[in-house]
Design a protein around this ligand. Sequence first.
Ligand code: G3P
Ligand code: CA
Length: 312
Amino acid sequence: MRRARHRVVRALVVALWGVAAIARADAPVLNIGHRGASAYAPEHTIPAYDLAIDLGADYIEQDLQLTSDGVLVVLHDGALDRTARGPAENCTGLVSEKTLAQVKSCDVGSWFNEANPDLARAEFVGLRIPTLEEVLRRYRRRIDYYIETKTPESADRMEERLLDLLRRYKLTKPAARRWQVLIQSFSAASLQRIHDIDPSLPLIRLVLGLGGSPALEDGLDAVAGYAVGVGPASAAITAEQISAAHARCLAVHPYTVNDASEMTDLVAAGADGMFTNVPDVLDGVLGAKRARPKRAARRAARAHAVCVKARR
Ligand code: G3P
Ligand code: CA
């Protein structure tokens, strides 16, 4: 009797794992527009986001910085110098030491024209640093967001401010249910803080590699306790490492992949999505495997939920 029950339980577990594997195999590879379509337009500007959406991105990425008067703005670097042009007192130095009015006086399009004469466009001149709220207000629920808390340890309550905005724009539930928002960070503490506030939110732990210590010092098991996936640097990631993440129901979204053959290799290795400056190239690589617009995140979320259920 006991043996028969054991066999039934084992068959059930195998079946659930089978369902999880099928769900994962069915899940699309997510196309994440890294800083927008940042190969073709100035990173983290509205034209870069618009273009990413036009070129097939499922997600647009935002890197967060906090101004001295407490506003979340979207900019990769903590310092303004690389991408901002304008009055030196406003447009050089740390964002954290400038008010919103100061950073809004800076032009973050001209540098792109200077660096990329072949892609230069008159309309890029004078582009402004968007606030996160401006981005959410513009796209609402039309697109999926992949938001990074950048150096959160030195930004006062960055996580609470982010969650407050998600609540105000009614994105919290869609984030939890269908991954309309993924929140990413290199900081385990930042993700843990968000998880403690709202455990339903899907989080992605960024790492330099999946090879274990010191690249991922707290281990995949610990990450699986608060996150739904990992975002490793694409170099040197192996199919075995991706499988190890999958065994813990962690999706794997490498960054930043701009070469078609590398994209092909990562898809073959089992990557569940990737950050790219050229969403059109990834769209071409995915071909028939690409999800219908607005379906990708939902299917990825479902595959994760099925996997977690099967593991219990
Ligand atoms: O967030 C993924 C990737 O963007 C991490 O690198 O420096 O471009 O933010 P970074
Ligand atoms: Ca980023």
